[in-house]
Design a protein around this ligand. Structure first.
Ligand code: AMP
Ligand code: GLY
Length: 438
Protein backbone atom coordinates (compact mmCIF):
# COMPACT_ATOMS: atom_id res chain seq x y z
CA UNK A 1 0.00 0.00 0.00
CA UNK A 2 2.72 2.41 1.10
CA UNK A 3 4.76 1.42 -1.95
CA UNK A 4 1.90 2.06 -4.34
CA UNK A 5 1.17 5.52 -2.86
CA UNK A 6 4.85 6.38 -3.13
CA UNK A 7 5.08 5.12 -6.68
CA UNK A 8 1.97 7.03 -7.79
CA UNK A 9 3.37 10.14 -6.14
CA UNK A 10 6.77 9.63 -7.82
CA UNK A 11 5.14 8.96 -11.16
CA UNK A 12 3.31 12.28 -10.85
CA UNK A 13 6.46 14.17 -10.01
CA UNK A 14 8.31 12.52 -12.87
CA UNK A 15 5.46 13.26 -15.25
CA UNK A 16 5.38 16.94 -14.26
CA UNK A 17 9.02 17.30 -15.07
CA UNK A 18 9.24 15.35 -18.32
CA UNK A 19 9.51 17.29 -21.52
CA UNK A 20 8.73 17.14 -25.19
CA UNK A 21 11.86 18.19 -27.01
CA UNK A 22 12.72 19.02 -30.62
CA UNK A 23 16.25 18.94 -32.03
CA UNK A 24 16.90 20.90 -35.25
CA UNK A 25 19.42 19.62 -37.79
CA UNK A 26 20.37 16.54 -39.76
CA UNK A 27 24.01 15.66 -39.14
CA UNK A 28 26.16 13.47 -36.94
CA UNK A 29 26.06 16.21 -34.30
CA UNK A 30 22.27 16.02 -34.13
CA UNK A 31 22.31 12.21 -33.98
CA UNK A 32 24.78 12.37 -31.05
CA UNK A 33 22.62 14.98 -29.28
CA UNK A 34 19.45 12.95 -29.87
CA UNK A 35 21.18 9.74 -28.70
CA UNK A 36 22.11 11.50 -25.45
CA UNK A 37 18.85 13.41 -24.83
CA UNK A 38 16.67 10.34 -25.44
CA UNK A 39 18.40 8.68 -22.45
CA UNK A 40 17.38 11.51 -20.11
CA UNK A 41 14.78 10.91 -17.41
CA UNK A 42 13.48 14.35 -18.32
CA UNK A 43 12.70 13.38 -21.89
CA UNK A 44 9.15 12.27 -22.53
CA UNK A 45 9.15 12.57 -26.32
CA UNK A 46 11.95 13.52 -28.69
CA UNK A 47 11.63 14.79 -32.25
CA UNK A 48 14.40 15.63 -34.73
CA UNK A 49 13.79 17.85 -37.74
CA UNK A 50 14.57 16.97 -40.44
CA UNK A 51 16.93 14.33 -38.94
CA UNK A 52 18.57 11.45 -40.80
CA UNK A 53 18.63 7.66 -40.96
CA UNK A 54 20.17 7.51 -37.46
CA UNK A 55 18.07 10.05 -35.59
CA UNK A 56 14.98 8.04 -36.53
CA UNK A 57 16.25 5.21 -34.29
CA UNK A 58 16.41 7.42 -31.16
CA UNK A 59 13.73 10.02 -31.90
CA UNK A 60 10.89 10.72 -34.30
CA UNK A 61 12.00 12.45 -37.48
CA UNK A 62 9.78 15.33 -38.58
CA UNK A 63 9.95 16.82 -42.05
CA UNK A 64 10.34 20.51 -41.14
CA UNK A 65 12.33 23.21 -42.89
CA UNK A 66 14.70 24.53 -40.22
CA UNK A 67 14.76 27.97 -41.83
CA UNK A 68 10.95 28.25 -41.60
CA UNK A 69 10.43 29.39 -37.99
CA UNK A 70 6.67 29.68 -38.38
CA UNK A 71 6.38 26.07 -39.55
CA UNK A 72 8.54 24.95 -36.61
CA UNK A 73 6.39 26.95 -34.18
CA UNK A 74 3.17 25.46 -35.55
CA UNK A 75 4.57 21.97 -35.06
CA UNK A 76 5.70 22.79 -31.50
CA UNK A 77 2.29 24.23 -30.57
CA UNK A 78 0.57 21.17 -32.04
CA UNK A 79 2.79 18.66 -30.20
CA UNK A 80 3.26 20.72 -27.01
CA UNK A 81 7.04 20.84 -27.51
CA UNK A 82 8.62 22.78 -24.66
CA UNK A 83 12.32 22.80 -25.63
CA UNK A 84 14.05 23.27 -28.97
CA UNK A 85 17.76 22.45 -29.22
CA UNK A 86 19.31 24.05 -32.29
CA UNK A 87 22.14 22.06 -33.93
CA UNK A 88 23.54 24.28 -36.73
CA UNK A 89 24.40 28.00 -36.66
CA UNK A 90 22.25 29.32 -39.50
CA UNK A 91 18.87 29.39 -37.69
CA UNK A 92 20.56 31.04 -34.69
CA UNK A 93 22.25 33.71 -36.82
CA UNK A 94 18.88 34.21 -38.57
CA UNK A 95 17.17 34.85 -35.23
CA UNK A 96 15.20 31.72 -34.28
CA UNK A 97 15.62 32.56 -30.57
CA UNK A 98 14.27 36.09 -31.11
CA UNK A 99 11.32 34.73 -33.14
CA UNK A 100 10.23 32.36 -30.38
CA UNK A 101 10.79 34.92 -27.60
CA UNK A 102 8.54 37.33 -29.43
CA UNK A 103 5.85 34.96 -30.67
CA UNK A 104 5.95 31.80 -28.51
CA UNK A 105 7.76 32.75 -25.28
CA UNK A 106 6.74 29.54 -23.47
CA UNK A 107 8.81 27.43 -25.86
CA UNK A 108 12.45 27.55 -24.76
CA UNK A 109 14.99 27.61 -27.58
CA UNK A 110 18.49 26.53 -26.54
CA UNK A 111 20.88 28.84 -28.38
CA UNK A 112 21.92 32.50 -28.43
CA UNK A 113 19.70 35.24 -29.87
CA UNK A 114 20.50 36.90 -33.18
CA UNK A 115 22.77 39.56 -31.68
CA UNK A 116 24.76 37.09 -29.54
CA UNK A 117 25.03 34.66 -32.48
CA UNK A 118 27.03 37.39 -34.24
CA UNK A 119 29.99 35.97 -32.33
CA UNK A 120 29.95 33.32 -35.07
CA UNK A 121 28.03 35.29 -37.72
CA UNK A 122 30.57 38.12 -37.93
CA UNK A 123 34.33 37.70 -37.45
CA UNK A 124 34.58 41.48 -37.01
CA UNK A 125 31.98 41.44 -34.21
CA UNK A 126 33.85 38.57 -32.50
CA UNK A 127 37.19 40.41 -32.78
CA UNK A 128 35.72 43.61 -31.34
CA UNK A 129 34.17 41.61 -28.47
CA UNK A 130 37.52 39.95 -27.71
CA UNK A 131 39.39 43.26 -27.87
CA UNK A 132 36.88 44.85 -25.47
CA UNK A 133 37.15 42.04 -22.92
CA UNK A 134 40.89 41.43 -23.24
CA UNK A 135 40.51 37.93 -24.62
CA UNK A 136 43.73 36.77 -26.32
CA UNK A 137 43.36 36.40 -30.08
CA UNK A 138 45.23 37.33 -33.28
CA UNK A 139 45.63 41.03 -34.03
CA UNK A 140 43.23 42.03 -36.82
CA UNK A 141 41.86 44.79 -39.01
CA UNK A 142 38.70 44.74 -41.10
CA UNK A 143 38.02 46.40 -44.44
CA UNK A 144 35.00 47.04 -46.66
CA UNK A 145 35.03 47.77 -50.41
CA UNK A 146 35.44 51.52 -49.94
CA UNK A 147 38.61 50.77 -47.93
CA UNK A 148 40.12 48.54 -50.62
CA UNK A 149 43.30 50.61 -50.99
CA UNK A 150 43.88 50.78 -47.24
CA UNK A 151 43.51 47.00 -47.07
CA UNK A 152 45.99 46.46 -49.93
CA UNK A 153 48.41 48.81 -48.21
CA UNK A 154 47.98 46.89 -44.97
CA UNK A 155 48.92 43.64 -46.75
CA UNK A 156 51.93 45.29 -48.45
CA UNK A 157 53.15 46.48 -45.07
CA UNK A 158 52.85 43.11 -43.34
CA UNK A 159 54.58 39.77 -43.54
CA UNK A 160 52.96 36.47 -44.54
CA UNK A 161 51.37 34.09 -44.08
CA UNK A 162 48.31 36.28 -44.65
CA UNK A 163 45.05 35.24 -42.97
CA UNK A 164 42.05 36.61 -44.88
CA UNK A 165 38.60 35.95 -43.46
CA UNK A 166 35.18 36.66 -44.91
CA UNK A 167 33.36 38.47 -42.12
CA UNK A 168 30.09 36.53 -42.48
CA UNK A 169 29.06 32.86 -42.63
CA UNK A 170 30.58 31.15 -45.66
CA UNK A 171 29.86 27.46 -44.99
CA UNK A 172 33.29 26.97 -43.39
CA UNK A 173 35.09 28.09 -46.58
CA UNK A 174 35.60 31.78 -45.84
CA UNK A 175 39.14 31.64 -44.41
CA UNK A 176 42.15 31.80 -46.74
CA UNK A 177 45.71 31.40 -45.52
CA UNK A 178 48.18 32.56 -48.17
CA UNK A 179 51.99 32.62 -48.03
CA UNK A 180 52.69 34.85 -50.99
CA UNK A 181 52.02 38.60 -50.82
CA UNK A 182 51.02 38.99 -54.49
CA UNK A 183 48.52 36.13 -54.19
CA UNK A 184 47.17 37.63 -50.97
CA UNK A 185 46.59 40.99 -52.68
CA UNK A 186 44.64 39.29 -55.47
CA UNK A 187 42.61 37.14 -53.06
CA UNK A 188 41.78 40.17 -50.93
CA UNK A 189 40.45 42.03 -54.00
CA UNK A 190 38.45 38.96 -55.08
CA UNK A 191 36.93 38.58 -51.64
CA UNK A 192 35.77 42.19 -51.46
CA UNK A 193 34.57 41.78 -55.04
CA UNK A 194 32.11 39.10 -53.91
CA UNK A 195 34.03 35.78 -53.94
CA UNK A 196 31.96 34.60 -50.96
CA UNK A 197 28.89 36.70 -51.78
CA UNK A 198 27.61 38.94 -49.01
CA UNK A 199 29.77 37.10 -46.46
CA UNK A 200 32.93 38.75 -47.84
CA UNK A 201 31.54 42.28 -48.29
CA UNK A 202 33.74 42.87 -45.26
CA UNK A 203 37.12 41.11 -44.98
CA UNK A 204 39.12 40.66 -41.80
CA UNK A 205 42.91 40.46 -42.13
CA UNK A 206 44.45 38.68 -39.17
CA UNK A 207 47.91 38.10 -37.84
CA UNK A 208 48.97 34.48 -38.45
CA UNK A 209 49.19 32.37 -35.29
CA UNK A 210 51.50 29.38 -35.41
CA UNK A 211 50.57 26.53 -33.10
CA UNK A 212 48.39 23.48 -32.54
CA UNK A 213 44.61 23.76 -32.46
CA UNK A 214 41.99 22.40 -30.07
CA UNK A 215 38.50 23.36 -29.01
CA UNK A 216 36.60 23.84 -25.78
CA UNK A 217 32.85 23.80 -25.30
CA UNK A 218 30.71 25.42 -22.66
CA UNK A 219 27.05 25.21 -21.84
CA UNK A 220 25.91 28.57 -20.52
CA UNK A 221 23.03 30.92 -19.80
CA UNK A 222 25.19 33.98 -20.27
CA UNK A 223 25.84 34.26 -16.54
CA UNK A 224 27.03 30.84 -15.39
CA UNK A 225 28.57 27.99 -17.32
CA UNK A 226 29.61 24.35 -17.16
CA UNK A 227 32.66 23.21 -19.08
CA UNK A 228 32.21 20.21 -21.39
CA UNK A 229 35.13 17.95 -22.44
CA UNK A 230 37.60 19.50 -24.90
CA UNK A 231 38.29 18.04 -28.35
CA UNK A 232 40.50 18.29 -31.40
CA UNK A 233 39.13 17.83 -34.90
CA UNK A 234 40.79 17.04 -38.24
CA UNK A 235 39.45 19.24 -41.02
CA UNK A 236 41.47 18.26 -44.10
CA UNK A 237 40.30 15.48 -46.40
CA UNK A 238 43.70 13.79 -46.67
CA UNK A 239 45.97 11.98 -44.26
CA UNK A 240 48.73 14.09 -42.70
CA UNK A 241 46.31 17.05 -42.86
CA UNK A 242 46.66 17.42 -46.63
CA UNK A 243 44.16 18.50 -49.26
CA UNK A 244 40.90 20.39 -49.14
CA UNK A 245 39.08 21.52 -46.03
CA UNK A 246 36.01 19.53 -45.06
CA UNK A 247 33.38 19.86 -42.35
CA UNK A 248 35.61 17.53 -40.29
CA UNK A 249 37.04 14.04 -40.86
CA UNK A 250 37.42 12.93 -37.26
CA UNK A 251 38.00 14.07 -33.69
CA UNK A 252 39.47 13.00 -30.38
CA UNK A 253 38.65 13.87 -26.76
CA UNK A 254 40.36 14.49 -24.36
CA UNK A 255 43.29 16.26 -26.04
CA UNK A 256 46.59 14.96 -24.58
CA UNK A 257 48.45 18.32 -24.64
CA UNK A 258 45.62 20.12 -22.84
CA UNK A 259 46.76 19.52 -19.27
CA UNK A 260 45.42 21.09 -16.08
CA UNK A 261 47.72 24.06 -16.45
CA UNK A 262 46.57 24.80 -20.01
CA UNK A 263 42.92 24.35 -19.02
CA UNK A 264 43.35 26.79 -16.13
CA UNK A 265 44.73 29.38 -18.60
CA UNK A 266 41.78 28.71 -20.94
CA UNK A 267 39.29 29.18 -18.09
CA UNK A 268 40.94 32.26 -16.58
CA UNK A 269 41.93 34.07 -19.76
CA UNK A 270 39.23 33.00 -22.20
CA UNK A 271 36.09 31.35 -20.82
CA UNK A 272 35.46 33.51 -17.74
CA UNK A 273 36.19 36.78 -19.62
CA UNK A 274 33.81 35.59 -22.37
CA UNK A 275 31.03 35.00 -19.83
CA UNK A 276 31.87 38.35 -18.17
CA UNK A 277 31.49 39.95 -21.61
CA UNK A 278 28.07 38.28 -22.09
CA UNK A 279 27.00 39.68 -18.72
CA UNK A 280 28.37 43.17 -19.31
CA UNK A 281 26.76 43.36 -22.77
CA UNK A 282 23.52 41.91 -21.39
CA UNK A 283 23.65 39.29 -24.13
CA UNK A 284 20.84 36.78 -24.37
CA UNK A 285 22.97 33.64 -24.61
CA UNK A 286 21.52 30.38 -23.33
CA UNK A 287 23.23 27.69 -25.36
CA UNK A 288 26.49 26.07 -26.31
CA UNK A 289 29.64 28.10 -27.01
CA UNK A 290 32.29 26.34 -29.06
CA UNK A 291 35.62 28.14 -28.77
CA UNK A 292 38.26 27.24 -31.36
CA UNK A 293 41.70 27.76 -29.83
CA UNK A 294 45.32 27.59 -30.83
CA UNK A 295 48.17 26.86 -28.44
CA UNK A 296 51.07 29.16 -29.29
CA UNK A 297 54.06 28.29 -27.10
CA UNK A 298 52.36 27.64 -23.78
CA UNK A 299 49.51 30.12 -24.26
CA UNK A 300 45.99 29.70 -25.65
CA UNK A 301 44.55 32.15 -28.20
CA UNK A 302 41.05 32.23 -29.67
CA UNK A 303 40.78 31.47 -33.39
CA UNK A 304 36.99 31.62 -33.54
CA UNK A 305 33.75 31.46 -31.62
CA UNK A 306 30.93 29.24 -32.79
CA UNK A 307 27.46 29.61 -31.31
CA UNK A 308 26.69 25.86 -31.40
CA UNK A 309 28.43 22.51 -30.94
CA UNK A 310 30.97 21.31 -33.51
CA UNK A 311 30.55 18.44 -35.91
CA UNK A 312 32.29 15.92 -35.54
CA UNK A 313 33.46 17.22 -32.11
CA UNK A 314 29.99 16.53 -30.67
CA UNK A 315 30.39 12.86 -31.56
CA UNK A 316 33.27 12.57 -29.05
CA UNK A 317 32.35 15.28 -26.52
CA UNK A 318 28.75 14.25 -25.83
CA UNK A 319 29.39 10.48 -25.41
CA UNK A 320 32.06 11.28 -22.79
CA UNK A 321 29.49 13.11 -20.63
CA UNK A 322 27.96 10.87 -17.99
CA UNK A 323 25.67 13.55 -16.54
CA UNK A 324 22.14 14.08 -17.84
CA UNK A 325 22.51 16.67 -20.63
CA UNK A 326 18.83 17.65 -20.49
CA UNK A 327 19.18 18.36 -16.78
CA UNK A 328 22.03 20.76 -17.58
CA UNK A 329 20.04 22.44 -20.35
CA UNK A 330 17.05 22.84 -18.04
CA UNK A 331 19.32 24.18 -15.28
CA UNK A 332 20.69 26.77 -17.73
CA UNK A 333 17.18 28.11 -18.34
CA UNK A 334 16.45 28.06 -14.58
CA UNK A 335 19.70 29.86 -13.67
CA UNK A 336 20.98 27.15 -11.36
CA UNK A 337 23.78 25.91 -13.56
CA UNK A 338 26.46 26.79 -11.00
CA UNK A 339 24.97 24.16 -8.66
CA UNK A 340 25.56 21.45 -11.27
CA UNK A 341 28.65 19.38 -11.59
CA UNK A 342 29.37 17.66 -14.84
CA UNK A 343 30.58 14.05 -14.74
CA UNK A 344 32.65 12.72 -17.62
CA UNK A 345 34.32 9.43 -18.33
CA UNK A 346 38.11 9.39 -18.10
CA UNK A 347 38.19 7.16 -21.20
CA UNK A 348 39.33 8.64 -24.49
CA UNK A 349 36.89 8.87 -27.35
CA UNK A 350 37.75 9.02 -31.03
CA UNK A 351 35.45 9.44 -33.99
CA UNK A 352 36.34 8.55 -37.58
CA UNK A 353 34.17 10.10 -40.28
CA UNK A 354 33.27 7.89 -43.24
CA UNK A 355 32.62 10.00 -46.33
CA UNK A 356 31.40 9.56 -49.90
CA UNK A 357 34.14 9.27 -52.55
CA UNK A 358 34.76 12.70 -54.08
CA UNK A 359 33.78 14.68 -50.97
CA UNK A 360 34.32 17.62 -50.29
CA UNK A 361 33.91 18.19 -54.03
CA UNK A 362 31.44 16.32 -56.24
CA UNK A 363 30.12 13.02 -54.87
CA UNK A 364 27.20 10.69 -55.48
CA UNK A 365 24.35 9.95 -53.10
CA UNK A 366 21.99 7.00 -52.82
CA UNK A 367 24.58 4.23 -52.25
CA UNK A 368 23.39 1.30 -50.19
CA UNK A 369 25.05 1.09 -46.73
CA UNK A 370 25.76 -2.23 -45.00
CA UNK A 371 26.54 -2.19 -41.29
CA UNK A 372 27.61 -5.35 -39.43
CA UNK A 373 25.40 -6.43 -36.55
CA UNK A 374 28.22 -6.45 -33.98
CA UNK A 375 29.80 -3.07 -33.31
CA UNK A 376 31.86 -4.10 -30.25
CA UNK A 377 30.96 -1.14 -28.08
CA UNK A 378 31.47 1.51 -30.75
CA UNK A 379 28.74 4.01 -31.54
CA UNK A 380 27.67 4.74 -35.09
CA UNK A 381 26.36 8.27 -35.53
CA UNK A 382 24.67 8.94 -38.85
CA UNK A 383 25.43 12.14 -40.75
CA UNK A 384 24.40 11.94 -44.43
CA UNK A 385 22.16 8.88 -44.40
CA UNK A 386 18.58 8.16 -45.33
CA UNK A 387 16.55 5.24 -44.06
CA UNK A 388 13.91 3.87 -46.44
CA UNK A 389 11.83 0.68 -46.54
CA UNK A 390 14.49 -0.72 -48.87
CA UNK A 391 17.31 -0.10 -46.40
CA UNK A 392 19.87 2.53 -45.49
CA UNK A 393 21.41 4.78 -48.17
CA UNK A 394 24.05 7.52 -48.33
CA UNK A 395 22.54 10.98 -48.52
CA UNK A 396 25.47 13.39 -48.13
CA UNK A 397 29.24 13.87 -48.21
CA UNK A 398 29.87 12.95 -44.61
CA UNK A 399 27.99 9.68 -44.09
CA UNK A 400 28.76 8.04 -40.73
CA UNK A 401 30.83 8.99 -37.69
CA UNK A 402 32.23 5.94 -35.89
CA UNK A 403 32.95 6.71 -32.22
CA UNK A 404 34.96 4.32 -30.02
CA UNK A 405 36.29 4.50 -26.46
CA UNK A 406 39.46 3.21 -24.91
CA UNK A 407 41.98 3.98 -22.19
CA UNK A 408 44.09 5.80 -24.79
CA UNK A 409 42.98 7.49 -27.97
CA UNK A 410 45.26 5.44 -30.24
CA UNK A 411 43.38 2.24 -29.37
CA UNK A 412 40.06 4.06 -29.78
CA UNK A 413 41.17 5.16 -33.29
CA UNK A 414 42.09 1.56 -34.19
CA UNK A 415 38.72 0.31 -32.94
CA UNK A 416 36.86 2.89 -35.05
CA UNK A 417 38.96 2.09 -38.13
CA UNK A 418 38.36 -1.65 -37.72
CA UNK A 419 34.62 -1.04 -37.68
CA UNK A 420 34.85 1.42 -40.62
CA UNK A 421 36.60 -1.36 -42.59
CA UNK A 422 33.59 -3.62 -42.01
CA UNK A 423 30.98 -1.01 -42.97
CA UNK A 424 30.39 -0.91 -46.69
CA UNK A 425 29.08 1.55 -49.25
CA UNK A 426 30.36 2.23 -52.76
CA UNK A 427 33.36 4.62 -52.84
CA UNK A 428 33.62 4.92 -49.06
CA UNK A 429 36.60 6.85 -47.73
CA UNK A 430 37.97 7.64 -44.26
CA UNK A 431 41.22 8.89 -42.78
CA UNK A 432 43.34 6.31 -40.96
CA UNK A 433 45.46 8.86 -39.12
CA UNK A 434 43.07 10.69 -36.79
CA UNK A 435 45.17 11.87 -33.82
CA UNK A 436 48.43 11.39 -35.80
CA UNK A 437 49.94 14.65 -34.58
CA UNK A 438 49.32 14.12 -30.87
P1 AMP B 1 37.96 29.65 -38.74
O1 AMP B 1 36.86 29.49 -39.73
O2 AMP B 1 38.09 31.01 -38.18
O3 AMP B 1 37.97 28.55 -37.74
O4 AMP B 1 39.32 29.35 -39.52
C1 AMP B 1 39.53 28.14 -40.20
C2 AMP B 1 40.91 27.64 -39.93
O5 AMP B 1 41.87 28.61 -40.36
C3 AMP B 1 41.22 27.44 -38.46
O6 AMP B 1 40.79 26.20 -38.02
C4 AMP B 1 42.71 27.58 -38.45
O7 AMP B 1 43.33 26.38 -38.86
C5 AMP B 1 42.98 28.61 -39.48
N1 AMP B 1 43.12 29.97 -38.89
C6 AMP B 1 42.13 30.85 -38.64
N2 AMP B 1 42.61 31.99 -38.10
C7 AMP B 1 43.95 31.83 -38.01
C8 AMP B 1 45.03 32.65 -37.54
N3 AMP B 1 44.82 33.89 -37.10
N4 AMP B 1 46.28 32.13 -37.59
C9 AMP B 1 46.50 30.90 -38.05
N5 AMP B 1 45.55 30.08 -38.52
C10 AMP B 1 44.28 30.53 -38.51
N1 GLY C 1 34.20 20.79 -36.91
C1 GLY C 1 34.14 22.20 -37.04
C2 GLY C 1 32.82 22.81 -36.94
O1 GLY C 1 31.84 22.19 -36.57
O2 GLY C 1 32.72 24.01 -37.20
Amino acid sequence: MFYSIVSVFCAKIVKTYMHRILILGSGGREHALAWKICQSDLCQKLYTAPGNGGTSSVSQNVDLDISNFRQIAEFCEWKNVEFIIVGPEQPLVDGIVDYFLENHPKIKVFGPDKQAAQLEGSKDFANQFMAKYNIPTAGSKSFELDQLNEGLEHIRNSKGPYVLKADGLAAGKGVLIIEDQEEALIAFKEMLGGKFGKASSKVVIEEFLDGIEFSVFVLTNGKEYVLLPEAKDYKRIGEGDQGLNTGGMGAVSPVPFVDENMMKKVKDRIIQPTINGFKAENMNYTGFVFIGLIKVGEDPYVIEYNCRMGDPETEVVIPRIESDLMELIQAAFEYNLSEKEIKTTSQSACTVMMVSGGYPEKYEKGKSIEIPEKCNGSLIFHAGTKSTKNGLFTNGGRVLAITSFNDNFQDAVIQSMNLADKINFENKFFRRDIGFDL
